[in-house]
Design a protein. Structure first.
Length: 75
């Protein structure tokens, strides 16, 4: 238990930087495209982004990760 508490002290001094991905190239989000059915009046395809597990989620600051999860639950 003592090792665990002392190992978390170094997290206070870390300066977090969020990775800015090119559009559609993010490894932390998956783009889902849905095509309309044949004969439908609305011919537009819909796209939705969904978070997926990734190694790069480690680099997201804890506060913004919490905010992102709250926003995903609201929306």
């Amino acid at each position: 238990m003592m090792k665990r508490l002392s190992s978390l002290k170094y997290l206070k001094d870390i300066e977090w930087i969020e990775i800015e991905w090119y559009r559609g190239k993010s490894l932390t989000q998956k783009i889902l495209k849905k095509k309309p059915r044949k004969g439908s009046k609305n011919a537009k395809s819909s796209t939705k982004t969904e978070d997926c597990p990734s190694f790069f989620n480690f680099f997201i600051p804890p506060q913004s990760l919490r905010r992102r999860m709250i926003l995903m639950k609201i929306l």
